[in-house]
Design a protein around this ligand. Structure first.
Ligand SMILES: [Zn+2]
Length: 227
């Protein structure tokens, strides 16, 4: 029996913004997910994470490789829940962050991911359900976790201060479950999350370095109209 959880996990909340940093109404919701039968080990429960509906470039910061944004630095047509191949995921797996860097050349070097930061540093969540295939130190990335979401889609979470107890190679992880804490391990000047959406086949001679990295801002929004 396969029970779709999609209807159950769709929660729509509208918060009328009185906060100076989020002047626009904020719509938050979890992406619809279908893990398969309840109780299946490959059916980890989803966490309580709900992505923010809007994303802003970090104030007072010259943001390299910024996606299109308006005069108040809000990312135009930001999609909090996107479709990457056959995977529905949160495009920004942290709450109340600003965008410090996009993907592209930065100071003469390719920046293969997006940088997200908040003060104080916050928890980092799994962008979609999957299986942890790496949770270890890597030069440059510091403490980094890599999640295999199936169908050739992966996400990487780098510069973590620490890993959550449930994050180890082989662990199944649900959407919105904690991965760790935003940190500044590896090549990072200040606490932030370096986040990558990757596609390809991990079983290549270069492992995760052999995967293709994509900007979260280039994928279509998940269509919630059926829910
Ligand atoms: Zn980065």
């Amino acid at each position: 029996m396969s029970i779709g959880l999609r209807g159950l996990v769709f929660v729509l909340m509208i918060l009328l913004g009185a906060c100076a940093t989020q002047p626009a109404p904020v719509i938050v919701y979890g992406p619809p997910v279908d893990y398969g039968p309840p109780g299946d080990p490959k059916n980890p429960p989803q966490g309580t994470f709900q992505p923010n509906a809007y994303l802003r470039l970090c104030p007072g910061m010259s943001v390299s490789n910024a996606p299109p944004h308006d005069s108040e630095r809000w990312v135009i047509d930001f999609n909090p829940v996107i479709v990457v191949g056959q995977i529905v995921m949160a495009s920004v797996p942290v709450n109340d962050v600003c965008l410090a860097s996009g993907i592209g050349y930065r100071a003469g070097r390719m920046h293969e991911g997006i940088d997200l930061t908040s003060r104080p540093p916050g928890p980092v969540y799994a962008a979609a359900p999957g299986r942890v295939i790496e949770a270890r130190w890597s030069s440059g990335y510091g403490n980094q976790a890599l999640i295999d979401h199936g169908h050739g889609v992966y996400t990487r979470y780098a510069h973590l201060e620490y890993f959550d107890a449930g994050v180890f190679p082989g662990a199944e992880i649900g959407y919105g479950q904690p991965v760790g804490q935003m940190g500044a391990t590896g090549n990072a000047e200040a606490p932030h999350l370096h986040f990558e959406i990757l596609t390809g086949d991990y079983n290549n001679s270069q492992g995760s370095k052999g995967l293709a990295v994509h900007s979260p801002f280039g994928f279509p929004a998940y269509d919630f109209s059926g829910y």
